[in-house]
Ligand binder design. Structure first.
Ligand code: GCO
Ligand code: MG
Length: 419
């Protein structure tokens, strides 16, 4: 093994005389949710690119990881994207994982942004062009009780949503994605506990209530958030069959994904899993082993848009649909990358959406927004989105609020559970 650094040059001449001059992270939290963006600068005037590297809970680790990569990339030609991604992965030896993959994703998406700007084309056209006009989306409806969640779902439908994820509160700390309900379990060691027995009763009640109120013209989704066992996941799926869920998400935690086949075999309710896949390999296995009906990867957790593009091809081959993870802890560059895949992949299923605040729009001029339930890619070169770094600096990132919340998600006996 050599001890001296060797030249990083590929054994071929770069096609053009363009070189990377800097790779840096920009962290901002215009909604209080830390977003990590990577900017790659080049020696060509006005040519730079952005990518999403958002691991909101541990963003400081991603920034530090990127510091390792700068010397590897500065001076390199930005056009050989795949070779650069492999260089980053193989020189670090220990590949994958959420920190390294998020750093890789920021680089990956920024290189595609540069490629689009150099070609004068939107990234989706570099991927082969459209197979559909736009990406249909879903938004989150939530409430402390059945009526509140139903009212929120109705509002989203009135704004043009045809797909709505419904979550509702329950006694104790409440279920993921909904506020807790006053009241607690006096008998419990942890009176504000999350009780699976309550959840298994309340969730079918929620679906029945929403279906009764809103009819069959809306697609209803629900996120279990990794809190069940195979047996209780099967019980829940079966109890929801009369209400025709569009999909049931994260029925099992990653530690039990090898048992997803049992859940899928026991009920026709479509299963969506994948946001917690922190390696391309794990996400690909979910598709290849037919554990899911929808793959839900967080693009930057599997290494970026190049990796997710491979997953979209695999999904197409295996009859799985995509449903890329993209709530508030994904930057507008992640949204642009997901939508570039959505409009170019035959395997598209549905796109998770988020309505960003005005401050986010100030930080990310050109970002794309949901209109009548649709996300449509920019036709400008690259992602078509810029970043106002002065505005970004007005929203410094702190600790993600996720830590405090997750630390409080415990069962009535006090045991921590998947948040
Ligand atoms: C979803 C996810 C998120 C995660 C969040 C974690 O389906 O959108 O479950 O809400 O909880 O992205 O940081
Ligand atoms: Mg989820």
């Amino acid at each position: 093994m050599t001890t001296e650094p060797t030249t990083f040059d590929q054994p071929w001449m770069p096609r053009e005389n363009v070189r990377i001059t800097d790779v840096r992270a920009i962290v901002t939290a215009p909604e209080g949710i830390p977003l990590v963006v990577v900017r790659i600068d080049t020696d060509q005037d006005g040519l730079w690119g952005y990518g999403c590297a958002t691991f909101t809970q541990r963003w400081q680790a991603v920034v530090a990881f990127l510091d390792h990569l700068r010397p590897l990339l500065v001076g390199r030609y930005p056009g050989d994207i795949e070779d650069l991604l492999r260089l980053v992965r193989f020189t670090g030896y220990w590949r994958e994982g959420p920190v390294g993959n998020n750093a890789l994703s920021g680089i990956d998406m920024a290189l595609w942004d540069i490629a689009g700007k150099r070609a004068g084309m939107p990234v989706y056209e570099l991927f082969g062009g459209r197979v559909r006009a736009a990406a249909d989306t879903y938004l989150h409806a939530e409430g402390a009780d059945l009526d509140e969640t139903t009212a929120h779902a109705r509002e989203l439908m009135a704004a043009g949503q045809r797909h709505v994820r419904i979550q509702t509160g329950q006694q104790g700390v409440g279920h993921y994605g909904a506020p807790p309900v006053a009241g607690s379990f006096a008998w419990a060691k942890n009176p504000a506990g999350w009780r699976v027995e309550d959840y298994l009763v309340r969730t079918p009640e929620l679906f029945a209530h929403v279906r009764e109120a809103l009819g069959d013209g809306v697609e209803l989704l629900h996120d279990v958030h990794s809190r069940l066992t195979p047996a209780t996941a099967i019980a829940l799926a079966r109890s929801l069959e009369p209400y025709r869920p569009f999909f049931l998400e994260d029925v099992l935690a990653p530690e039990h994904w090898h048992r997803l086949a049992e859940v899928r075999a026991a009920s026709p309710v479509p299963i969506a899993v994948g946001e917690l896949a922190t390696s391309f390999t794990d996400a690909a296995r979910l598709i290849r082993e037919h554990h899911v009906d929808y793959i839900r990867s967080h693009l930057s957790d599997v290494g970026g848009v190049s990796a997710a593009r491979r997953l979209a091809v695999l999904a197409d081959i295996e009859g799985v649909r995509t449903a890329w993870h993209s709530p508030g802890d994904a930057s507008p560059f992640a949204v642009a990358a997901a939508v570039a895949l959505d409009v170019t992949s035959p395997a598209f299923g549905i796109q998770e959406g988020h309505v960003y605040n005005d401050e986010t729009h100030e930080v990310f001029p050109g970002m794309i927004d949901i209109v009548d339930g649709w996300l449509t890619p920019n036709d400008a070169p690259g992602w078509g989105i810029e970043m106002d770094e002065a505005a970004a600096a007005r929203f410094p990132a702190g600790l993600s609020g996720h830590d405090a919340w997750a630390a409080g998600v415990r069962a009535p006996d006090g045991a921590l559970i998947a948040p």
